[in-house]
Every structure is written in structure tokens, then in C-alpha cells.
Write a protein that binds this ligand. Structure first.
Ligand code: GLC
Length: 808
């Protein structure tokens, strides 16, 4: 490293006029990076990790308060090189070149491949209070992510705004909608990088929209504050982003089951009828969700005397039927003398205020309301006290709605004040984090009260929302376009750190027809958050409400989800540890394959590591699917396809195109009525392939935090094609599952005649054994050719599972 040369020592920025960052005047070394002065504006570079560098640029002082970021810089090794024209900061992954005259930032890999560079003329600029960073568009650069945004997988050529908005029946190109996640991933030249612009003011992203020169991001006010992330793979970039903004805690297992909602089920007898019908019709489900009609005049923390006279008895009955209950919680507190939540909120001074110290009043479902200031610690503590009545009753899940904040008129004044955890500000800065902090209050409050893992759903959010539960995509419409848009929104949320996400299956606004509902529920069964929901005054929309054929299809796909539960829960566990999404856009594993970005293929995704889903709309009878590199097996027929190929497959309404990746390992169980039913047989389905692969099968009690103290069971399953073996490693963790038998199902292997288990010879059985129960009603003759027959081997286990080696 060259000796560091200090420039002038006494210069401080003097020019605060508009324009771009000026020439370097001075800099000094800080603990985790460097700080510099320019003739216009200052900057600070902080090495957060080897893969993440924070860039702060300001004309005033730096603002280090963030609701999103929970990491602090680790003690990092990095070098600083001071050359006549530039300062060069190098970690083991990123080389950041800070041009001095004027100051501009360029990021390279350590092999000197350019990742991202400022536009030479504009760099970071001010235009009044608005602050923008302009990045030069790279050849063939693509842009992914940005959270809950409509539009294509590749966002190039488009611009977006972040301003959380209640958007009833949003159009398929509408923007903004409910949540703000100002994080995107840039892809070009066989490399990728991420930029997280942590500024909650209204912000804008321009990915070469109406220009061919730059991608830019800007905010209405505040400072330029972004984190630059680089690693070799998109999955790793998501991992670094979620190291900064946090990861989802493992949700309760029941919340991965099917949840039935409607606006609204009432009276209570109707709720019971719905629950009974699931059981009578042998359709698995785990939760009933109560919308606003459970309350007395939409007053939160009350129950309608008329329609829900005995909530405790209702809950008991539902629990007996194997259902949990999720309740909607809106932030609007009705202004009504004597209403306890209103009275106590007023007394404890928790509501949002105008600058003249009067409580803000806005209208929503209950009429005129006050709204809690969830950015105030005292308000969150008050909210927890309110939640007590629900938790004591045995409510297991909460649904934070209307938290953008939605008020009739949709124009909440921006002069309303927020505590912002002691950093007082106004709605102008706080609107985009309000819903996030409401979700936080509900999550933390219910967790502390119940000591169980909360299920918490939210409509609005900001980066980091994944720490407080699941997000759903609001008031979609019952059309094919929305069916596919929902898939893209969830793919994008996954790329943006939110693994637990979903859409209203069946469409919220309007009536689905039979085919649309059937298709929607098939795709939804392979999405992270799986809930049927529809609006008031629309047709019945339960799985049995569309006639016998659709009921059959719905049952079949819901059962498929329940069969996949051991796989799904393991994938959720991985998401909680790494941030890797459950529903994975193909851009994660096949980033540099241009085909996956084509409009006809961009909706495809991997559900966990090994199941490829090709969503098709309800009108299609055939589908063109792009299979990326490797070999793939059709789930329905077992047919093998070589990857890097477009294939045409049958896709009638009962057959969603699903493919298993070669060498895929999928733990499966029988379809239970709900996720808490115990099972005694687990099946490990291994698909032939040339690649070595491992999968960690994880389980635990499904609801407590005991897994954090070692009460879990996880087992690595490793398929090594070259050694002709599958090894189940010894169980890690002390949890004693109820499993007594393991069945290993080898798919598409040539007949395995000499199979040994821990050295002992065993007879093998050949039978057709797909884990997907064929829908015989529609396909009476299932007759796969002989080479699709599979080998099934059953192993009985006792006590805590030891290692098992299966060889052939
Ligand atoms: C909002 C929600 C919707 C809910 C309705 C009534 O529109 O997005 O899901 O059913 O309010 O509470």
C-alpha cells in the first residue's frame, strides 16, 4: 500500500448549491473506511463486510438511524491506496475506485471487472432537496428485484416510485403499490451486484427509463445512503442483503398450510361450517382467517356481540377441528367515547399528531379514527397490551392491513409528526416505514405474550419487513393477468429479501371462473404463503365452491403441498438462516442465461432448490416451458428432458407443468388434514442425475422457540452419483420425531439390483411411485413406460436416527 497522503486539513465543504459532488479537498481514515470532503458535499465510505460497502453522501450531517439495517460493520480487513487521481479501497471481493477530481465512485471485482460506475458528469447530485445518484448503464445490463413492483422480471427501461399506497384492484402495471424495498440487483458481463438505497423518503428508481445513459435512484429529501454489495452469485448477494436487513425467523409450521380467508365470514356459525366442510371433503387446511366483520363496528380489540357472541367457544371448536385462527388488525382506532382502546390510547398519548399537538383524524372502516404512532416505543408497548386479549383467547395469527396508512381520500397529510424512535420527523420521511413498524409492534408484542412463534401478515412494509413475518400482495383482481403478476411479485419479493410472501388465491376483486380458480389454487399450492381470499359481495370462493371437478383439482394440489411439507419446512428453515427465498426466480440460479428473461418464460421459478414450476394461465391447454441447463423430469409423467431447451408440454387445467431437477432430493410425507398431524413414514425421493447434491431435512416441534436451544432434528441427505450412493448423515439435534420408517425412492435409476444398506444386502422393489397422486378422474389411464418405474426401499428406524449409507 502506498503511504497515505493527506490533502488540505482544514477545508470543510462550503458550497451547498445544487449540482454534483465536487473535487476532493481532504479525506481521513476512519475505523471502518474513509471520510472525505469535496467542494460540494461530503462522503463517507464504510466497509460493512468483505462484500458490502456503504456509501453515504451528504451536504449536512450524516444520518445513521435506520429501521432497515440491523448489522454493524464487522472488523474488516481492507486496504486503502492513495494515488494522484484516485483513492482505491479494496476488500477481498470489491475494489472501489474513488476518483478525486471530481469525486465519482466505480466498483470493480478484485479481478478488475467493472461492476458499476457513476455517470461521469452527474455522479451524485442535488436538485433542491432531492438527491440522486446516476450510474452509467452497462452494456446489456439487467435490473432485478426492487421488491413488490409490477412489471417484468428485468426492469430495464422502466422507472418506479416508492410511496406506500393502498391500491384497491391495482392494474397489472400500477406503481407504487403497498410496500417499499429500495434494493435491486444489477446483472451484466457475467457478474452481479446489489444496491440498497436506504432512504425512506419518497424515492424513485430509473433503470434507463426514457434515457439510454444511466440508471439512477433518488429521494425527495434526506441523504444519499446506499450499500453496494458484490458476490459471485445472486443467491449470495441476497444473503449479504439479508445480513444487513435481517432475516425471517422460522414461522410456525401451521402457517405453511392452507389458510382460508374471506371478506368476511360471519356469523360464527358460518366459520364453523367452512371449517367442517374442509374436514368433510378431505381438503387439508390449517387456518381460518377472520376479516373485519368479527369486530363490533370495526373497532379493533372488540368482538361483534351479534355475530361472535362467544369467541372463546368458537376458538375451542375450531381448534378441535384442527384449525388456527388469524385475525385482521387495522391501525385505525375509532374515535368513540368509552371505547377502551380509544380511551387508553388517548390517555397514553400514543396517536399520530399534527404539529399543533392535536391528534390526527382520518376516516377508514370504523369512521373517523386516530392512528397509533408505531414509530414510538411507548406506542408499541401499548399495542402489546392491547393484543393481550387476543393472545389470551388463543388467537394464533395476526394480519396487519391498511397500514400504508390507508385512509379514505388516500392523501394523509405529510405534516403529521412521527416519533421515529426519538429522531422526530414527519410523514414525509415516515410514511414508507409506518406499516413496517406496525408489523413490528404486532410481531414483537404477540411473540412476547404467547412465547410462541408468531404468524404475522402485513400488506405494507419497508426493507427489513421479513423480520416481522409474511407479506401478501393486497387487492389483486380475478384475472389471468393478475394470476401471473402475483407470481412475478412473489418472485421479486424473494429476490428482495422477503421469502414468506403470497397473493390472494382466486383473486380478491371480481369473480374467478372455474378454470381460473383451479389454476390459481394449483400455482398457489407451490407458493410460500398460501391463502384463499376474496372480497365482500363476490361469489363463494372456497375450494369446493366451483363445482366437483375444480374441487377435485383443488384437493389434489392442496394435498401435494401437504405432501411436500417436510421439503417446504426445510426450505423455510434455510430461508431463515440465509435469506435464500422459498420461491426462487430463475434469475437466482440461472442469472446469465438470457432465455429466462424472455417474457414467455420470466414467470417460471424454482420452489425450493429442486422443483421447477411453470405457471400458465387458465386458458392454456399446452405450455411452452424453458428448462435451464441440466436434466429435468416432468412430475406428472416422469418424462426426462435435457435442459437449455424449450419444451412443449400438455397443460390442461388439472396439470400444472412441474419439473424436478436432476439429482433433486425431496422429502415427502403423506397428505395430512393439517400440518400438526403426526406422521410415521418419511419418503426421500431421489432423482437420477450426474451431479452430487445435498439437502438438509429439518424439523422440530413446529411452534416453540425450543429449536434455538437444540430441540430440532436435521439430517443431511447426500446423493453421490459417482459413488453410487445416498448417505443419510446422523441426525443433528435432540428432537425426537414420530417417524418410524424411511422410504427411499430412487426415480429414473436403471434397475438397482444390488442395493446395500450399511453394508447389508437388501431386496429391492420396483414400483411406480410418484409422490404426486395422479388425478385419476381426469387421467383414467396412467401408464408410464417401464423405464420410468422407480425403486423403493424401506428402512425402519428406531431412536435417534444414526447414519445410513445406501449403495448400489
Ligand atoms: C383491504 C384488504 C383486504 C380486506 C379488506 C377488508 O382491502 O386488502 O384483504 O379483505 O381490506 O378488511
Amino acid at each position: 500500500m502506498r503511504a497515505l497522503r493527506k490533502l488540505n486539513t482544514t477545508v470543510a465543504t462550503t458550497d451547498r448549491s445544487d449540482g454534483s459532488l465536487g473535487d476532493l479537498q481532504d479525506f481521513f481514515i476512519e475505523k471502518d473506511g474513509i471520510a472525505g470532503y469535496t467542494s460540494r458535499g461530503d462522503f463517507r465510505l464504510t466497509v460493512f463486510s468483505q462484500n458490502t460497502i456503504r456509501v453515504s453522501i451528504s451536504r449536512a450531517s450524516y444520518d445513521d438511524f435506520s429501521y432497515a439495517v440491523i448489522a454493524s460493520p464487522a472488523k474488516n480487513k481492507f486496504t486503502i491506496d492513495d494515488t494522484p487521481g484516485a483513492l482505491i479501497i479494496k476488500t477481498t471481493s470489491i475494489k472501489l475506485v474513488v476518483q478525486k477530481f471530481p469525486v465519482r465512485f466505480s466498483f470493480y471485482t478484485v479481478e478488475d471487472v467493472l461492476l458499476n460506475e457513476d455517470d461521469a458528469a452527474f455522479g451524485t447530485s442535488w436538485n433542491g432537496e432531492q438527491v440522486t445518484t446516476y450510474k452509467k448503464l452497462q452494456p446489456n445490463e439487467r435490473f432485478l428485484g426492487l421488491g413488490e413492483k409490477t412489471g417484468s422480471l428485468d426492469r430495464r427501461g422502466k422507472g418506479y416510485q416508492n410511496w406506500n399506497t393502498d391500491y384497491f384492484g391495482y392494474g397489472v402495471d400500477a406503481d407504487p403499490i403497498y410496500a417499499t424495498i429500495p434494493f435491486y440487483i444489477g446483472v451484466h458481463s457475467n457478474t452481479a451486484y446489489g444496491i440498497f438505497f436506504d432512504n425512506p423518503y419518497k424515492s424513485f428508481f430509473n433503470f434507463g427509463a426514457s434515457n439510454n445513459r444511466f440508471a439512477s435512484f433518488y429521494a425527495d429529501a434526506g441523504e444519499m445512503n446506499y450499500y453496494f454489495i458484490h458476490d459471485d452469485a445472486v443467491g449470495n448477494i441476497i444473503q449479504h442483503y439479508t445480513a444487513l436487513t435481517g432475516r425471517m425467523e422460522l414461522p410456525p409450521k401451521w402457517s405453511l398450510g392452507f389458510q382460508q380467508c374471506r371478506y368476511s365470514y360471519y356469523p360464527d356459525t358460518e366459520v364453523i361450517t367452512a371449517a367442517n366442510t374442509f374436514r368433510d371433503k378431505d381438503i387439508p387446511a390449517d387456518a381460518i382467517v377472520l376479516d373485519i366483520h368479527y369486530m363490533d363496528e370495526y373497532k379493533i380489540f372488540t368482538w361483534s356481540e351479534k355475530d361472535f357472541s362467544n369467541p372463546s367457544a368458537l376458538l375451542k371448536k375450531l381448534n378441535t377441528l384442527g384449525f388456527k385462527v388469524v385475525l385482521i388488525c387495522d391501525p385505525g382506532i375509532k374515535i368513540e367515547k368509552g371505547y377502551h382502546t380509544y380511551e387508553s390510547g388517548k390517555k397514553e398519548n400514543v396517536f399520530l399528531k399534527y404539529p399543533d399537538n392535536t391528534n390526527y383524524e382520518g376516516q377508514v372502516w370504523p369512521g373517523w379514527c386516530h392512528f397509533p404512532d408505531f414509530t414510538k416505543p411507548e406506542t408499541r408497548a401499548w399495542w402489546k397490551k392491547q393484543l393481550k386479549s387476543y393472545v389470551n383467547l388463543g388467537i394464533d395469527g395476526f394480519w396487519n392491513d391498511m397500514n400504508e396508512i390507508a385512509t379514505w381520500g388516500q392523501m394523509i397529510p405529510e405534516n403529521i409528526e412521527l416519533d421515529f424512535d426519538g429522531n422526530k420527523t414527519t410523514m414525509r420521511k415516515g410514511r414508507n416505514v409506518y406499516g413496517f413498524q406496525m408489523a413490528r409492534a404486532t410481531y414483537e408484542g404477540s411473540k412476547a405474550l404467547s412465547k410462541k412463534r408468531p404468524f404475522n401478515l402485513t400488506r405494507s412494509g419497508y426493507s427489513g419487513i421479513q423480520r416481522y413475518g409474511a407479506l401478501w400482495t393486497g387487492d389483486n383482481v380475478a384475472t389471468d393477468e393478475h394470476l401471473l403478476l402475483g407470481v412475478r411479485l412473489v418472485n421479486s419479493l424473494g429476490l428482495s429479501g422477503v421469502p414468506f410472501a403470497g397473493y390472494d388465491v382466486g383473486g380478491f376483486v371480481g369473480d374467478a371462473d372455474q378454470k381460473l380458480f383451479a389454476r390459481w389454487i394449483s400455482i398457489g399450492a407451490l407458493s410460500p404463503f398460501f391463502r384463499g381470499h376474496s372480497m365482500i359481495n363476490t361469489r363463494d370462493s372456497e375450494p369446493w365452491a366451483y363445482g366437483e371437478d375444480v374441487e377435485h383439482i383443488a384437493r389434489n394440489y392442496i394435498k401435494l403441498r401437504y405432501q411436500l411439507l417436510p421439503y417446504l419446512y426445510s426450505v423455510f428453515f434455510e430461508a431463515s438462516k440465509t435469506g435464500m427465498p422459498v420461491q426462487r426466480s430463475l434469475a437466482i440460479d440461472y442469472t446469465h442465461d438470457p432465455k429466462i428473461y424472455e417474457q414467455r418464460f420470466e414467470n417460471q421459478y424454482l420452489f425450493g432448490p429442486s422443483i421447477l414450476v411453470a405457471p400458465v394461465d387458465s386458458k392454456q391447454e399446452f405450455a411452452k416451458v424453458y428448462l435451464p441447463e441440466g436434466a429435468w423430469y416432468e412430475l406428472h409423467t416422469g418424462k426426462k428432458h435435457e435442459g437449455k431447451n424449450e419444451v412443449i408440454v400438455e397443460a390442461p387445467v388439472h396439470k400444472l407443468p412441474i419439473f424436478i431437477k436432476e439429482s433433486g432430493i425431496i422429502p415427502v410425507q403423506k397428505a395430512t388434514q393439517n400440518t400438526t398431524e403426526k406422521i410415521d413414514i418419511i419418503e426421500y425421493h431421489v432423482y437420477a442425475g450426474s451431479k452430487e447434491k445435498t439437502f438438509v431435512h429439518y424439523t422440530d416441534d413446529g411452534e416453540s422457540f425450543d429449536h434455538e436451544k437444540g430441540n430440532f432434528a436435521s439430517r443431511e441427505i447426500k446423493f453421490s452419483p459417482k459413488q453410487n450412493q445416498v448417505v443419510l448423515a446422523e441426525q443433528v439435534g435432540d428432537y425426537m420425531d414420530t417417524i418410524k420408517k424411511i422410504k427411499i425412492v430412487f426415480h429414473h435409476f436403471s434397475p438397482l439390483q444390488k442395493l446395500t444398506i450399511n453394508g447389508e444386502k437388501h431386496k429391492v422393489k420396483e414400483e411406480q411411485h410418484s409422490f404426486f397422486t395422479p388425478i385419476t378422474k381426469f387421467d383414467p389411464v396412467i401408464d408410464p413406460p417401464p423405464h420410468f418405474y422407480d425403486t423403493v426401499q424401506t428402512i425402519t428406524i428406531t431412536n435417534k436416527p444414526a447414519a445410513i449409507q445406501v449403495k448400489w
